[in-house]
Ligand binder design. Structure first.
Ligand code: F6R
Length: 603
């Protein structure tokens, strides 16, 4: 969701704020703006459009001042217009504010403020925040107190940052359920909605927790409780992310770069501390119920993990989409919830984890972003160490999560006796070989996948079909396809397809089949039977599989033969590549598809 940055320094901040906005744009990219305070005046410049364009037209770089805030917007309340872009200023221009989150009682608050002659210039919920601060400041004359009072007025979620002519050396910021971090520099300090806001300037950060506010100047930062005002001390976290990793490194898009990084992210995933793997296994074995949680791609990760655990350990763990969890989960203090989240901030997953906690359930999560809310709120955080994932579409983070979960499934299988010693050893070997196999798939299939994408660019409707674990892979590949091409793509299991979906098929419809290696003979044959059913209704069929040509498809891509452990992951990589090359041919905005945002922090 929206990106926030604030910098207070001993030199001009505008050029750095612009750089931060460019790095944050993946969080929201429909409009952007800056507010910089200089000589007792706040200059606000903002408009709809991408950062590069708006910043050039409005000359962001020329704004003078050593303190400022910036915002990239992903519209929630109010259309994409200049007026609705952030920052929002108070009527006399004494305060300017940026916000991420949703204020659910903003209509009532707006009515109250309008009755006191506040003029609203936008349709956003955010604008009430800046007028409320102004309102409370008029009676208290104290900015910190005004922010505390304003926060008490608000229902909903927020991370916001404010600057004021009344205190031109400090940035004030606070959070409730939306992410916020502090960055520590030399003669300058920062606040941000995530690390990408500040990674170009510092690696020293302090995560801010729910219900806290911060005040920063260029030399010091302080954190306090929003309700009590009590001072909080917290350790500095040093990020080990290389800022280089946040650059495109010669690739035309982050998505392609991140697909290519998968061999190394799988290698990092394989280095996860075995003690943590063992602890999760202990918890799984002692739990009355185990839920696997995620939403969007991470839900499909959870589905894959469900299949791997059934296959390798004979255990049924229950995959649930985080947004539906509360309506279906049956929890006790003997339950375990294992979540997957790249950002560690996703609203639906965080809410589900908090819900599970209320029942005394144990929580664990596989997370990419250090210092994120889920890291501090779960009983066990397993860091996947995939490095920053910038493309809005998740690729390398998902594959790394699956890798860690396979490791867990193998350990479970060994301990419960479901796997023989030699099966365990040979699966472990396959897993160790996975990075090399992914590298080969990427390098050797590029041309074939690009060629397929060229040939099929006119197909606007797709079914992605698989059976068993390959149905979860098909659903994830379909999600990638629809997100980035805007074409209709539905992932469905082969058996299910016949019970309705097949009615869609005609010659304008494309179907991609995810075929297991021939060693899973029954699964393979059933999937082929489904392909025949579509072919006989004039559907265009494509096979993604292994080994020799099957011969029935209009187009096939066959990888070198593989095994139960790596085959699903390798086909997922093919699916990611097909979505990528299709989007490039269709000239889509690959790294920032329309309407999407990385890290969905609202309900
Ligand atoms: C799709 C995608 C999203 C995320 C989902 C969860 O390509 O990236 O579906 O997987 O929003 O996000 P995290 O993993 O940050 O919790």
């Amino acid at each position: 969701m929206c990106g926030i940055v604030g910098i207070v320094s001993s030199s001009r901040v505008a050029p750095k704020l612009v750089r931060s906005l460019l790095n944050l744009e993946y969080r929201g990219y429909d409009s952007c703006g800056l507010a910089v305070c200089n000589n007792g005046v706040i200059d606000v410049r903002k408009d709809k459009g991408p950062v590069k364009q708006v910043s050039e037209i409005l000359k962001f770089n020329e704004m003078n001042g050593m303190i400022g805030i910036g915002h990239t917007r992903w519209a929630t309340t109010g259309a994409v217009t200049r007026e609705n872009a952030h920052p929002h200023a108070s009527n006399q221009g004494e305060f300017a504010l940026v916000h991420n989150g949703i204020i659910s009682n903003y209509r009532d608050l707006r009515q109250m403020l309008e009755s006191k002659d506040y003029q609203f210039l936008s349709d956003t919920d955010t604008e009430v925040l800046v007028h409320l601060i102004d309102f409370h400041f008029r009676s208290s004359g104290d900015l910190e107190e005004s922010i505390r009072r304003m926060s008490r007025d608000l229902d909903g979620t927020f991370a916001f940052a404010v600057i004021s002519v009344h205190d031109p050396n400090h940035i004030y910021a606070a959070r409730r359920e939306s992410p916020l971090i502090i960055g520590l520099g030399i003669n300058e300090n920062y606040i941000g909605s995530d690390y990408n806001a500040i990674l170009d300037y510092t690696r020293n950060v302090i995560p801010v927790k729910d219900g806290e506010y911060v005040v920063i100047d260029r030399e010091a930062v302080s954190i306090r409780n929003l309700l009590s005002g009590e001072k909080i001390t917290r350790d500095i976290v040093t990020l080990d992310w290389d800022p280089e990793l946040s650059q495109k490194g010669g690739y035309p898009h982050y998505m392609l770069k991140e697909i290519h990084e998968q061999p190394s992210t799988v290698e990092s995933a394989l280095k996860v501390d075995i003690e943590k793997i063992n602890l999760v296994c202990d918890w799984i074995l002692n739990a009355d119920r185990v839920y696997l949680l995620g939403v969007g791609t991470t839900y499909y990760v959870a589905e894959c993990v469900q299949y791997y655990c059934a296959l390798l350990s004979g255990r049924h763990l229950i995959a649930v989409s985080s947004d539906e969890f509360e309506y279906i989960a049956q929890l006790s203090d003997r339950s375990l919830v294992l979540a997957f989240s790249q950002s560690g901030e996703t609203y639906d997953t965080l809410t589900a984890l908090r819900y599970a906690k209320k029942f005394g359930a144990r929580t664990a999560a596989i997370i990419n972003v250090m210092g994120s809310t889920m890291v501090s709120e779960t009983d066990l955080a397993i860091m996947q160490q995939s490095g920053p994932e910038i493309c809005v579409l998740s690729t390398k983070a998902a594959v790394a999560q699956i890798t860690i979960a396979i490791r867990i499934a193998l350990e479970l299988g060994r301990r419960s006796g479901h796997l023989t010693g030699s099966d365990y050893d040979s699966h472990l070997k396959s897993l160790a070989a996975l990075p090399g196999m992914i590298r080969r798939v990427i390098n050797e299939s590029k041309g074939f996948v690009n060629n397929l994408a060229q040939q099929t660019q006119s197909y606007r409707n797709w079914l992605f079909i698989g059976r068993g674990i390959y149905s979860a892979i098909a659903r994830e590949a379909a999600l990638k396809m629809k997100e980035v091409t805007y074409h209709h793509a539905e992932g469905v299991s082969g058996g299910f397809m016949k019970h309705g979906t097949i009615a869609l098929i005609d010659k304008s419809f494309g179907s991609i089949f995810f075929l297991p290696p021939r060693s899973s003979i029954e699964l393979f044959q059933h999937t082929i039977a489904n392909a025949e059913e579509i072919k006989s209704r004039d559907g265009f069929i494509v096979g993604f599989g292994f080994g020799e040509r099957v011969g029935i498809f209009n187009h096939e891509i066959n990888l070198q033969d593989s095994d139960q452990i790596s085959a699903p992951v390798l086909l997922l990589v093919l699916g990611q590549m097909f979505a990528y090359y299709s989007a490039v041919i269709l000239k889509r905005n690959v790294d920032r598809p329309r309407s999407l945002a990385k890290s969905v922090t609202v309900a």
